[in-house]
Design a protein around this ligand. Structure first.
Ligand code: EPU
Length: 338
């Protein structure tokens, strides 16, 4: 654990927006026995910090990034328990190397295994949810270890029960258990992926992995972002109907019975915001759902840009955008938030 006293500890390396902010203490448990004590001191719980926007200097933060290890529970299946701090992409590559399949389309997503479950990460037609067996961790409120079966985790589109106020920052996920498949059944439903997978290599999981990685590298900035900043809005059939009356060209796709997703990237792009900049924060020119720190952005620049995008999209299309990134209030605003 680092604890730098009154000056705090830089958070620069512990999150991906690359902001010059500090935390009062960075708690880094190296195994589960250190988790209860660290949790009792922490205000926020993070993984690799690839999906947070700190709005300034933060109160104590616990990162699970040093909890490491894999354990095979059942060889048939297989069923595997993974420590929360394992890097997501390393886990995906490990699976492919073992001949365990299902996660190939989730290649190269930044972040840790524990955080992946909190957000139910998804990309290119695949999401984590169907592979989840359970989550294990320390519940600060009741001071007990708990195993939460997949059904109780309530995974939805970029959502889980761990985002609800009674779980958020109260439950330290230390392990995530997965059930994978020994059979490779490539998911090629996403047009970008289908177009780029070589027909003769369709049955090679590494080829699918590399294809997805290449698409991501082209669209997403290498540093200074937290991936998609907003969620794609989910509309009911009647809301979509009303939007189509006004904007017949808006793209949409099904999102469960009676619901439709509209790409936020399209709404932002067609509102003319690609490349829009406030200070050193920018709407990414290749993927406008991503906000990026071009180098010297402050938390205020990014937050002002996020609000500007929300307001512009609301005015232009009448649709509210909800952040996908977790916005962490700063120390100076704690009083007004508590
Ligand atoms: N689009 C535009 N202009 C652009 C880019 C995209 O109009 O400049 C429109 C197009 O209609 C395109 C659509 O937006 O078809 C969707 O774009 P894209 O395929 O890039 O995906 P996305 O919906 O913007 C989501 C996830 C990404 C994930 C990709 C691929 C969310 C919030 N984001 O983005 O996840 O990688 O699909 O499956 O659901 C993340 O969560 O951090 C993330 C990067």
């Amino acid at each position: 654990m680092y604890d730098a006293g009154s000056g705090g500890v830089p958070l620069n390396e512990a999150h991906t927006f690359g902001l010059s902010v500090r935390t009062q203490a960075l708690l880094l448990p190296k195994d589960e026995s250190e988790v209860p004590d660290a949790a009792s001191q922490a205000t926020y719980i993070i993984g690799e910090g690839s999906n947070i926007l700190p709005l300034g200097d933060l109160p104590p933060v616990l990162s699970t990034r040093y909890l490491r290890g894999y354990q095979v529970l059942r060889a048939d299946g297989p069923e595997v328990e993974v420590a929360a701090g394992e890097n997501w992409d390393a886990w995906v590559r490990f699976c492919i190397a073992q001949g365990w399949h299902g996660l190939e389309n989730l290649a190269a997503i930044p972040g840790s295994v524990g955080a992946a479950a909190v957000q139910n990460i998804g990309a290119y037609g695949v999401e984590l949810a169907p592979f989840l067996l359970y989550v294990y961790g320390w519940n600060k409120r009741i001071e007990a270890w708990q195993r939460i079966p997949a059904e109780a985790c309530k995974l939805g589109y970029r959502h889980s029960v761990f985002q609800a106020p009674e779980w958020r920052d109260q439950f330290v996920i230390t392990r995530v258990a997965f059930r994978l498949s020994r059979r490779f059944a490539p998911v090629l439903s996403y047009p970008d992926v289908a177009r780029r997978v070589h027909p003769q290599r369709q049955h090679d999981p590494w080829h699918l992995y590399e294809t997805v990685r290449a698409i991501r590298t082209e669209k997403l900035p290498a540093r200074g972002s937290a991936g998609s900043f907003f969620k794609n809005p989910v509309l009911s059939a009647s809301q979509l109907e009303a939007l189509l009356q006004r904007v017949p060209e808006v793209p949409y796709y099904p999102a469960g019975e009676g619901y439709f997703k509209v790409p936020a990237a399209w709404l932002i792009d067609k509102a003319g915001l690609k490349g829009y900049q406030i200070g050193d924060a920018q709407v990414h020119p290749r993927q406008p759902l991503v906000l990026v720190n071009r180098g010297a952005a402050t938390p205020e620049d990014l937050w002002a840009l996020a609000r500007y995008v929300q307001e512009t999209v609301q005015e232009r299309w009448g649709i509210p955008l909800e952040p996908e990134v977790r916005v962490l209030p700063a120390l100076s605003s704690q009083a007004s938030h508590s």
